[in-house]
Design a protein around this ligand. Structure first.
Ligand SMILES: O=C(O)[C@H](O)[C@H](O)COP(=O)(O)O
Ligand SMILES: [Mg+2]
Length: 282
């Protein structure tokens, strides 16, 4: 069950609000899609904000449910977009999935995973010595956002010992020209036909929580999760017992966050993470 502050989120609107907020935290866990960028389009003010925060000694860590790239390829994407990043500061749902299969499932060396998805999960599995394929002699099935054809159904339906794992189950994701169905939406026909629930790795679930908090040590009282989704990013932060800042440049809305019926509430709300660049020029 999500643990979240019952209090009403505080909306940050002035330079003084921004300064007071920033003074409270040393480490920021940054979601990527909908906070830093839409696809490969970096949002306004983000580069200046990142440079300003780092200039002021703040630590930035990237925590994304987007499993399309390995950490190594995320480093290349960050650099291409003008952001310095190293693999140790990147936590993706593909990395959390690989860690889970290796350390928790102790995935058999002689078996392979059937992946529906992109190079991110294939490369991260390879990093931990797990081979993947699209053939039939496998005993694990992982999906990211891609076509969930009948082969997957046949495979998962044939043997209940076949692990059914999702890197993430986001219902949608923010792209440069709109919001599109995410992994969680694309897999519904399979869940309905199989009458079986997958194990989900990404935010806000335990595999991603364990992957981050066992690999990255930070003072929770001086750490803040920044995200665009209430049901993944803000819930992830709440379960990690850290403060949360919701931006309005992605999927969740201020109305949803302020709804008295909303069980998962951010500590703070801001229009965009790029707003903090204004503190530097104030
Ligand atoms: O379907 C997806 O891949 C996710 O919705 C999306 O990419 C989320 O990425 P994040 O906002 O966690 O960076
Ligand atoms: Mg996001």
């Amino acid at each position: 069950m999500p643990s979240s502050p019952a209090t009403t989120p505080k909306k940050l609107t002035s330079i003084d609000d921004y300064k007071t907020f920033l003074d409270q935290y040393d480490t920021f866990l940054l979601d990527c899609d909908g906070v830093l960028w839409h696809g490969s389009h970096v949002l306004e003010g983000i580069l200046d904000t990142i440079n300003f925060l780092r200039k002021n000694g703040k630590k930035l860590v990237f925590v994304t449910n987007n499993s399309t790239l390995s950490r190594a390829n995320y480093v290349k994407k960050f650099e291409r977009l003008g952001i310095q990043a190293s693999e140790k500061d990147i936590f993706s749902s593909a990395f959390a999935t690989a860690v889970y299969l290796r350390n928790i499932l102790n995935f058999p060396e002689d078996k392979r995973v059937y992946v529906i998805g992109e190079s991110g999960i294939v490369d991260e599995l390879k990093e931990v010595g797990i081979n993947s394929t699209g053939a039939s002699e496998d005993n694990g099935v992982i999906m990211t956002h891609a076509d969930f054809g009948t082969i997957t159904f046949t495979y998962l339906n044939s043997d209940e010992n076949v692990h059914f794992i999702l890197t993430n189950d986001d219902s949608t994701f923010p792209a440069p020209n709109g919001i599109y169905p995410g992994t969680g939406s694309l897999v519904q026909p399979l869940i309905f036909s199989l009458k079986r629930q997958p194990l989900v790795m990404g935010k806000p679930n335990k595999p991603m929580l364990d992957c981050f908090f066992s690999n990255y040590h930070t003072d929770p009282s001086r750490t803040c999760m920044v995200g665009d989704r209430l049901d993944t990013d803000i819930d992830f932060g709440a379960q990690g017992n850290i403060a949360t800042l919701m931006v309005l440049t992605g999927v969740s809305t201020e109305k949803e966050a302020m709804d008295p019926e909303q069980p998962i509430k951010p500590t703070y709300i801001i229009q965009s993470f790029g707003e903090f660049a204004k503190v530097d020029s104030a």
